[in-house]
Design a protein around this ligand. Structure first.
Ligand SMILES: Cc1cc2nc3c(=O)[nH]c(=O)nc-3n(C[C@H](O)[C@H](O)[C@H](O)COP(=O)(O)OP(=O)(O)OC[C@H]3O[C@@H](n4cnc5c(N)ncnc54)[C@H](O)[C@@H]3O)c2cc1C
Length: 425
């Protein structure tokens, strides 16, 4: 069968549209195939839940130095800073208190060194549980330390490897100034991918790869061929086995997929009749309870948009998903009642909506982390060891922070360079 294009790109998330746009600009014939009906993948903005856009997936640009800033500016998007650390409230079991007040408690003092011990962690690798046990934190200090390791990563303390957490740069996530995109984060991939030839509804079922060509087959039997292809499928989709590779993937790739674990991430959007949290609250981090983090979407604006996002990862996300949408919302509302005991939170709730990334067959989870002993897995997943089939996606980059929009963007640029080298300028 003749080639349909020079390059096929699997997935129209940030990685896919970036790679495709780079190559299309240079005159290569590029077709992007996307299983869904929109651009953006795990960047998805909801615009029918209240007066302002709400992010179902990625929400923040992490830091002032992120590589994506040039694209944000080129797209003409406006941003709003969100200093997560400065305006954080904390609950270590009881009601919500401002971070400095919570840290004044002597029971929290030991845990204040956690970020330093993470940054200076060195092999041999251990699980987050073993790392915590060695620190001998107790009570509030233990809750604070555990929260630092697991609020973001979607795994249990037995599954998360400390070396992987450090090499993924996870401890750098909340330390800089974060920013929201005012018009909605999905405008970013929308702008990058604006002029591309995208084949929506093409759910890849089989990828046949050879040294000098790749053929994709969709679930409805459609075939496309090209001299090269870039796979940006999320780790969860690769782990699920819903996409078959022919020939099978080499050991480097299969071991990478064993060493990485996609975990559940779930957001509950909660709209209230009025704001009951302090105006300058950026984030409320919880050491105990069913939800790891709460944040108001209107932080830093003058608008009164009383909407909170409840964010749960790993075992907490799995439990909320299992409970079902209404029950999960009731659980979050009851939890907010504990955190703000003087407020009748339940009667203030106007609407709720759940976004469960674990239930999305085109994501199969929120993002991945590195299991104990698995360092190097992201490099193995990225390696150009499958003939004309190359690899991108936010799971294939660990610098500066793995599994972010920036990582996806950088992986797209890298894969485009690899295609260029393969096909010649
Ligand atoms: C809830 C949540 C919050 C997050 N918060 C942040 C944040 O604040 N900041 C940040 O930087 N990052 C955040 N992230 C991570 C970030 O969203 C991702 O790392 C990034 O968007 C991934 O981009 P990608 O292109 O690698 O993958 P994806 O966006 O997943 O793109 C892959 C594409 O492949 C398509 N696809 C899947 N299977 C098939 C198939 N069989 N056939 C064809 N197409 C298929 C999918 O539909 C998708 O469009 C968050 C993620 C989640 C889930």
């Amino acid at each position: 069968m003749g080639a349909n294009a020079d390059v096929l790109v699997i997935g129209a998330g940030m990685a896919g549209v970036t790679a495709a746009r780079e190559l299309a600009r240079e005159g290569f014939g590029v077709i992007v195939v996307e299983g869904g009906d929109r651009v953006g993948g795990r960047l998805r903005t909801i615009r029918d839940f209240g007066p302002h856009p709400v992010e179902a997936g990625a929400e923040f640009i992490h830091g002032d130095g992120a590589a994506t800033w040039s694209e944000v500016r080129a797209a003409g998007l406006s941003t709003r800073p969100c200093p997560l650390v400065r305006d954080t409230m904390l609950s270590l079991g009881g009601s919500a208190r401002w971070l400095p007040i919570a840290l004044l408690h002597p029971g929290s003092w030991h845990a204040a060194t956690i970020l330093r011990s993470i940054a200076s962690f060195s092999p041999p690798d251990v699980s987050a549980r073993e790392f915590l046990d060695r620190r001998r934190d107790r009570g509030r200090a233990r809750l604070l330390s555990e929260m630092t390791l697991t609020a973001h990563l979607p795994g249990s303390i037995d599954e998360i490897g400390m070396s992987g957490l450090v090499s993924d740069g996870v401890h750098r996530l909340e330390t800089g100034l974060n920013h929201r995109v005012v018009e909605g984060y999905d405008r970013l991939p929308g702008s990058v991918g604006g002029d591309l030839d995208i084949c929506f509804g093409f759910v890849v079922e089989t990828v046949c790869w050879e040294p000098d060509g790749v053929t994709l087959r969709s679930t409805d039997g459609t075939e496309l061929s090209a001299r090269t292809a870039i796979c940006t499928l999320p780790v969860g989709v690769l782990e699920s086995g819903s996409v078959r590779f022919d020939p099978g993937l080499p050991d480097g790739k299969t071991s990478a997929l064993r060493d990485l674990q996609m975990g559940p991430v779930l957001k509950i959007l909660l709209r209230f009749s009025e704001r009951f949290w302090p105006r300058r609250l950026a984030i409320l981090a919880c050491g105990a309870g069913p939800v790891a983090l709460y944040w108001p979407v209107a932080y830093g604006t003058d608008t009164d948009n009383p909407t909170l996002i409840a964010y749960a990862t790993g075992p907490r996300a799995a439990a909320l998903a299992e409970a079902g949408e209404d029950e999960a919302a009731a659980t979050a509302v009851a939890d907010l009642g504990r955190l703000f005991p003087k407020v009748d939170v339940r009667h203030s709730l106007v609407a709720h909506r759940q976004v469960d990334w674990g239930a999305d067959p085109l994501a199969c989870g929120g993002y991945s982390f590195v299991r104990v002993g698995g360092v190097g897995a992201r490099e193995r997943l990225a390696a150009a060891d499958t003939g004309a089939l190359l690899w991108a996606g936010s799971a294939t980059e660990s610098s500066p922070i793995a599994e972010t929009v920036e990582a996806a963007y950088l992986s797209g640029l890298r894969a485009a360079r690899e295609v260029r080298a393969m096909l010649g300028a």
